[in-house]
Design a protein around this ligand. Structure first.
Ligand SMILES: Cc1cc2nc3c(=O)[nH]c(=O)nc-3n(C[C@H](O)[C@H](O)[C@H](O)COP(=O)(O)OP(=O)(O)OC[C@H]3O[C@@H](n4cnc5c(N)ncnc54)[C@H](O)[C@@H]3O)c2cc1C
Length: 385
């Protein structure tokens, strides 16, 4: 089927879905879930399994940290991320399986020789975050206060920042719960099904959410290699994700349920998906050990690698070809933070297109793209190509 064929009215063929979503990683699953909620008949095609183990989203720490990310991201990311963070609880509540979600904040700490990093972090965060997010969103913590805030780190740092409103979720539970929800809602699910570029399934609308798998179509897309270690460390009891500032290898440790921790992440300009290097393992594990030597007794459960799908501006994009194809991509290092806002916007565009096609005189030209785009909260998210 041609990628530029006109969109047909949604109810023209019984077996033909309204929307085919290509790629069932983070964005594809969440978008499919919202489309079904909006009343569309959806088919999902994923080259990997129902668990989501082929996705970058499987490896991620799934921290939801708009303020901490403000130190490395543009204001629009921070704004969309703040909206995403607010939307996650309702999205998760609608799913048929448990998904760990907490909003217990992020703790940022540094060793004294690296305190210049803290100055830079603070400056960048304040430059990129809106005042309403900063207000009540950043608390300076003294070494003495640390023992109450994060007892596992008592006595280990002279100061830090608590960003009390930030969150995190369990990425793997989320991917599984979305798969279960989609199955229950009657989505037409095709796991272990690879869709080659241009060989798209028949549907009213096709939405490409293949992450790095869409590189042939989005030639500017690149992968940014990320490595994380999963450890089991009973008895330490970190209450929230901790970011350790460092000039060469800043790391985080994100606690999940059942004493599991994700330590990450490297950020390397490479699309190499081969196993983690010894250097990266040493850096990540040494940094964890420097946070609290008790991590030395932890058990290494997994060493994971995947690549973040990034566009040159490091911003997400919802791209429309002017006919029946959308692409959602560029979620880079903020996929979990941004997905509710970005897939929510993609869902709104898909609905608007389907509605315009099902109008009596519906055609590709009937949709007023510029007016629609200008009416959205983040018009810059949308491109026509
Ligand atoms: C190490 C690491 C840590 C991260 N930590 C965080 C974090 O703490 N917070 C945060 O917000 N974000 C984080 N991210 C980013 C987040 O994981 C990504 O932004 C997000 O997963 C991108 O979502 P996606 O759906 O575009 O891509 P993916 O999640 O990669 O999903 C794409 C899917 O498409 C499938 N696919 C590809 N090609 C085809 C094809 N031809 N046919 C069918 N299916 C195909 C793939 O198998 C995959 O399942 C992290 C990422 C990494 C790698």
């Amino acid at each position: 089927m041609s990628a530029t064929a006109a969109i047909s009215p949604s109810r023209s063929a019984v077996s033909r879905p309204d929307i085919a979503v290509l790629g069932g990683g983070l964005s594809g699953r969440l978008l499919a879930w919202q489309l079904i909620g909006a009343g569309a008949r959806v088919a999902l095609y994923e080259r990997g399994d129902a668990d989501g183990s082929s996705a970058a989203g499987w490896v991620a720490a799934a921290m939801l940290a708009p303020l901490a990310e403000a130190a490395v991201a543009e204001p629009s990311i921070v704004e969309m991320g703040a909206v995403g963070l607010e939307r996650w609880p309702a999205l998760i509540d609608g799913l048929p399986e448990h998904v760990f979600f907490q909003r217990n904040g992020t703790l940022v700490v540094w060793h004294q020789p690296d305190r210049a990093e803290a100055v830079m972090f603070d400056r960048r965060m304040r430059a990129n975050a809106p005042p309403e997010l900063l207000r009540g969103g950043v608390e300076r913590i003294s070494g003495a206060q640390l023992k109450d805030v994060e007892p596992a780190l008592a006595g280990r740092f002279q100061e830090g920042w608590l960003l009390p409103n930030e969150g995190q979720l369990d990425n793997r539970q989320l991917l599984r719960a979305l798969a279960a929800g989609l199955a229950k809602a009657g989505a037409d699910l095709h796991w272990n099904t690879e869709i080659a570029e241009g060989e798209y399934p028949d549907a009213g609308l096709v939405i490409d959410c293949r992450g790095l798998g869409a590189r042939e179509a989005l030639t500017q897309l690149r992968g940014v290699r990320g490595e994380v270690v999963r450890i089991h460390a009973p008895g330490i009891g970190l209450r929230r994700p901790v970011r350790l500032l460092h000039p060469r290898y800043p790391i985080y440790i994100a606690p999940k349920e059942n004493d599991l921790y994700v330590i990450g992440a490297t950020e390397l300009e490479s699309e190499d998906m081969s196993p983690m290097t010894v250097r990266s393992a040493l850096e990540l594990l040494s940094a964890a050990h420097s946070l609290n030597p008790a991590f030395g007794e932890a058990r290494i459960v997994e060493l994971n690698v995947n690549c973040r799908p990034a566009l040159p501006d490091h911003l997400p994009r919802v791209q429309w070809d002017g006919a029946r194809l959308l692409r959602v991509n560029g979620l880079y290092r903020h996929g979990y933070l941004l997905a509710p806002a970005v897939t929510g916007e993609a869902c709104a565009l898909a609905q608007a297109l389907m509605q315009s096609r099902s109008a009596p005189s519906g055609s590709a030209d009937a949709f007023d793209w510029e007016t629609w785009r200008a009416s959205r909260p983040w018009p810059e998210l949308f491109r026509q190509a």
